[in-house]
Design a protein around this ligand. Sequence first.
Ligand code: GLY
Length: 256
Amino acid sequence: MWIAVTREVSSALGDCELSYVPREAIDVARASAQHRDYQRALEILGCRLLTLPAEPDLPDSVFVEDVAIVLDEVAVLTRPGALSRRAEVASVAEVLRGYRPVLAIAAPGTLDGGDVLRVGRTLYVGESARSNAEGIAQLRELLADRGYAVQGVPTRGCLHLKSAVTQLGDDTLLLQSEWVDRDRFADFRVIEIDPAEPHAANVLRIGDTLVMPASFPRTRQRLLDAGFHVMVVDVSELQKAEGAVTCCSLVFRADE
Ligand code: GLY
């Protein structure tokens, strides 16, 4: 079965970190309602939710993807690049210890889970403002004996690698070529986002379904035309916090 770890929206979401989107007022009640719809979507797709309580002092804590990388064999706790986000790790670690042996990135390494795109046995890791060379090197070392390759990928103009590229199918990626070089993914079939929707490259693949924000109809049409099954969620308030659909959960397989 699939487990999806989520965390309720913080009442302080309006004080979130922002890097590439302008600050706008966030309606926290609306963000929470949208987050509940997102959680329901994951349940409809067969995930069992494990939901942590809201953290009033941690504005970005709904974005649980950034604090861990969960692989089949092991989980790696990250050390988030934003200081304000480091305290998010411990509570998620406690949950993950029930499912996987847990390793961790240590100082001076920094790594955000949003920078880690796993495709098969390769982890592509964004060389972003959040994930530094030391963090990427530590990840490579931690996973080398477990048969994973770790490849750094430069990003530009976006928060995380997965703002720029996510997986659609076993050999197919959705990509925003202004933020990451398509050449880095030459072995894949690539669908580009519609240029009118620069933030559309982040979709969450669960089984054969792609969960994507309602705000990208043109890119959605490209995916439908290519034969993909798409489930739409309205996450507009979470997008104001520079969040997207992969960031709001940690989805992994578990025997139960
Ligand atoms: N607001 C999401 C982040 O900057 O981590």
